[in-house]
Ligand binder design. Structure first.
Ligand SMILES: Cc1cc2nc3c(=O)[nH]c(=O)nc-3n(C[C@H](O)[C@H](O)[C@H](O)COP(=O)(O)OP(=O)(O)OC[C@H]3O[C@@H](n4cnc5c(N)ncnc54)[C@H](O)[C@@H]3O)c2cc1C
Length: 338
């Protein structure tokens, strides 16, 4: 096992924060991971994928294990569906592109989400009307205390909106090594109704869309809308979209008739956090090294030399403003790492 001392994590997090870790190692197999987990120096380590959903608040006092387990293959199939297995270190978007090339449907709407496969179940990644849980078959994970491997079926994962058991009861208990997805081989069910996909397909001149067309439309929309973390440090949506009581949403809609809102069920409504932030005047406003992006108010941006503390202080400023104006508490989607 190669262990590095006192390493900068600047290139391992999409905020580009130059935070140091005292020890760092990279694992490329489950066996290697089991070995590292037994090593007392790596007790309490931060498990890192692509670093696209973490805010590193300060220099770490704990070690880092970077997950780089490779490999994509079909493990089972019939005429209609295939079970695809991917190593936790595979780049998520590479898995999406591999599935398109192999005419396997189900994750095309999740094109261009940064990060690695192993982190996808942690917050049940989602975009454009599809969530990982829609195609999840199972995941293999190693218990951090026992070193034993366990298979998690969908019902074990308590998937919710940007949420799973791995963010709650089992937080920091397991490291995911393999993800298996159930993808369609024929009669792909396309989801075109969200975020302007249909309109973009029209603009692209596509009449009878394939999964490849949908992926291309999503890539086009995302590239135009979201800042590229290699150019401007960010972690995508910093906050979750709050879910409020329907009565509260109705009352707000009377005061703000242009407010967008999405019915969850008969009791709850989801309100876009980006809209709430926009109403507080933070969209595009720069505070020193930080700010909420000019095109997408939900994206907290490092304009170059920000520290984790500065970013978090700004997030709290935004949260306080939304609370004061709307009496709604925003919850960070990004994992805060001490
Ligand atoms: C520009 C941009 C756009 C984004 N758009 C979306 C979007 O549309 N939808 C969406 O859902 N997300 C989005 N995200 C967030 C992010 O891409 C996802 O959350 C992604 O799954 C994070 O993967 P990662 O490998 O970078 O995870 P990391 O940031 O490395 O880790 C995230 C968390 O998971 C834990 N973790 C990582 N790997 C493992 C593992 N193998 N086992 C156990 N725990 C692990 C880490 O300890 C950490 O707590 C976006 C981010 C950016 C920068």
């Amino acid at each position: 096992m190669e262990v590095k001392n006192q390493i900068s994590l600047a290139e391992f997090n999409t905020f580009g924060l130059a935070v140091d870790a005292p020890l760092f190692t990279e694992v490329t197999s489950s066996l290697a991971l089991q070995e590292v987990l037994k090593d007392p120096r790596f007790e309490n380590a931060l498990i890192l994928g692509g670093g696209s959903n973490v805010l590193l608040l300060q220099h770490l006092s704990r070690p880092v294990i970077k997950i780089s387990i490779p490999g994509i293959r079909i493990v089972e199939e019939n005429d209609q569906a295939a079970i695809v297995s991917a190593g936790a270190g595979v780049v998520w978007h590479d898995l999406v592109m591999w599935s398109i090339v192999n005419n396997l449907g189900g994750i095309e709407n999740l094109s261009l989400i940064p990060g690695l496969v192993g982190a996808a179940p942690i917050q049940n990644i989602g975009a454009y009307g599809v969530e990982l849980s829609d195609v999840f078959y199972n995941a293999i994970a190693i218990g951090r205390k026992t070193g034993d491997s366990k298979i998690f079926k969908a019902e074990d994962c308590a998937f919710g909106y940007r949420d799973s058991v791995f963010k709650n009861e089992l937080k920091d208990e397991y490291v995911i090594t393999t993800l298996r997805l159930s993808l369609t081989k024929s009669n792909h069910k396309l989801h075109l109704e969200y975020g302007g996909i249909s309109q973009t397909l029209d603009e692209m001149g596509v009449i009878a869309p394939t999964i490849d067309d949908v992926a291309r439309a999503v890539i086009r929309i995302r590239s135009a809308k979201l800042p590229d973390p290699t150019k401007l440090g960010n972690a995508g949506s910093f906050f979750k979209n709050p879910i409020v009581l329907k009565s509260k949403a109705t009352q707000m809609a009377e005061e703000f008739p242009s407010m967008p809102a999405y019915t969850i069920d008969k009791n709850f409504t989801k309100i876009p956090a980006g809209w709430l932030i926009e109403q507080t005047g933070f969209k595009g406003k720069v505070f020193g090294n930080v700010g909420m992006h000019k095109n997408q108010a939900l994206v907290l941006v490092n304009y170059g030399a920000a520290t984790g503390t500065e970013l978090w202080e700004h997030a709290q400023r935004v949260m306080a403003a939304v609370l004061s104006k709307f009496d709604i508490e925003l919850e960070p989607e990004v994992n805060l790492i001490n």
